[in-house]
Design a protein around this ligand. Structure first.
Ligand SMILES: Nc1ncnc2c1ncn2[C@@H]1O[C@H](COP(=O)(O)OP(=O)(O)O)[C@@H](O)[C@H]1O
Ligand SMILES: [Mg+2]
Length: 419
């Protein structure tokens, strides 16, 4: 129940007049008053019908992942007329979003105060690595399928990075030769079988075997773009790759690259259709949601995902690619991405380094004064400063409670069950 007039962020006034509140996400309420007690004011809606680069920031434990969950819930409950024209992929680094299929009954009373009721996500598809599929199913987690990648989709650069090789390395240049000749690596097994027994080949073989052992590459796997469906939120659980830090980056790089190509082509067709007076394609907007974004686009390293995320941030708007990135270390995140962000949702940031990193790149951002404001409110979770470049507004908000179950709370010896 939104009895007061909402504030819409990320949407120009004239578009609010035109479209009203359709295609927005109810993320929270404005915090009023300066005293100890927290009073809540107007509802805050975030535009998710157009592509944006949204950065969710804040110290560990202050609500970044929770806020991502709130936004995902809002995608989930958009009317189909809007949702069906969007597609969302969530890169689940902590493996916590499966619980969103269940209603958050624990907070029923609290939700009521917000005019909401517990509700599990209806349009969430959970994909996990094949290796853990049975384990998850046995644990009662409603998984929708295994996530496999087709080796033929990887670029040479992605292979080299994955195998910790480069062109100066003899095994790297051997791989490059093979790749150049065939134009792809179709099948890891076949490649291993085709290699000789000299030292360089043996090095390459050994590394390929490690990658094969991850059971993620399969020549019969569909293209990554097949995982995305109109109106669905696809959750890719990369948490169990933690030991193989390079793999999540490849997942982001592949999804980002393939969808970019796809959307660039589709956009041309849509523009042509519009010129002919026909209606455009059914899925014009793709959102990618990435938690722990500094791992994928670090300032001081160069995984393949970094370049892809930079491109999305820089030129994604035109083909309809939006991003929501969360990080506790903006000072470790690629500058090019921060510069392109048009909406910031900043939970507590206390490190001077991080505040300075933002202030330098976004001179409009004056976080210190606002951060003090937040500190005064104590350790209350879910408070955030919202900075909106589109409407040039700064707000202090409280993020609303989750309607679906949030599995990301800290481990507790007292808690025995989520469900
Ligand atoms: N808006 C909120 N309302 C209520 N509780 C929240 C809110 N945001 C966060 N929390 C609580 O704080 C905990 C930590 O939040 P989380 O999003 O996991 O932090 P982060 O990702 O920033 O490390 C959550 O498990 C939840 O219990
Ligand atoms: Mg988190």
């Amino acid at each position: 129940m939104l009895t007061e007039e909402p504030i819409v962020i990320g949407r120009k006034k004239k578009d609010v007049q035109r479209y009203g509140y359709r295609g927005t996400a109810y993320i929270g309420r404005v915090v009023l008053g300066k005293g100890e007690a927290l009073a809540l004011g107007r509802p805050v809606l975030l535009d998710i019908s157009e592509s944006h680069v949204i950065l969710v920031l804040g110290k560990r434990g202050y609500g970044k992942s929770y806020t991502l969950g709130v936004i995902l819930e809002e995608f989930d409950r958009l009317p189909f007329s809007v949702r069906g024209r969007l597609s969302v992929v969530n890169v689940d680094t902590a493996g916590v979003f499966w619980s969103s299929k269940f209603p958050n009954k624990e907070d029923e009373e609290l939700l009521k105060q917000w005019g909401l009721t517990p509700r599990g996500m209806q349009n969430l598809l959970l994909y996990v690595p094949k290796k853990v599929l049975d384990h998850y199913r046995k644990a009662g987690i409603p998984v929708d399928g295994a996530f496999l990648l087709n080796p033929a989709e990887l670029s040479l650069e992605e292979w080299l990075w994955l195998l910790k090789l480069n062109l100066d390395h003899p095994a790297g240049s051997l791989l490059a030769e093979i790749y150049e000749e065939k134009g792809e690596i179709e099948d890891i097994d076949a490649l291993i079988a085709s290699l000789g027994d000299d030292e360089v080949s043996r090095t390459l073989k050994a590394r390929l075997k490690i990658v094969k052992g991850w059971e993620i590459f399969d020549p019969s796997a569909p293209s990554v773009k097949e995982y995305l469906k109109p109106g669905k939120i696809v959750n890719i659980d990369v948490s169990t790759f933690r030991g193989d830090r390079r793999l999540p980056s490849i997942v982001v790089s592949l999804i980002g690259r393939r969808l970019f190509e796809e959307r660039m082509l589709a956009k041309k067709g849509e523009d042509a259709a519009l010129l002919r007076g026909e209606s455009p394609s059914s899925m014009p907007i793709v959102w990618m949601v990435v938690d722990e974004a500094h791992l994928f686009a670090p300032r001081n390293d160069d995984p393949p995902s970094r370049e892809v995320l930079r491109i999305w941030a820089k030129v994604g708007r035109q083909p309809g690619l939006g991003m929501i990135l969360a990080t506790q270390q903006p000072s470790d995140l690629d500058d090019g991405i921060i510069t392109q962000a048009d909406v910031f949702i900043s939970h507590r940031l206390t490190s001077k380094l991080d505040l300075d990193a933002l202030a330098k790149i976004k001179p409009t951002y004056i976080p210190e004064a606002l951060d003090k404001e937040i500190s005064r409110l104590g350790h209350e979770k879910g408070l955030a400063i919202v900075l909106d470049d589109v409407t040039e507004r700064i707000l202090l908000i409280k993020v609303r409670p989750r309607m679906s179950l949030h599995a990301g709370s800290s481990a507790s010896a007292l808690r025995t069950s989520y469900l």
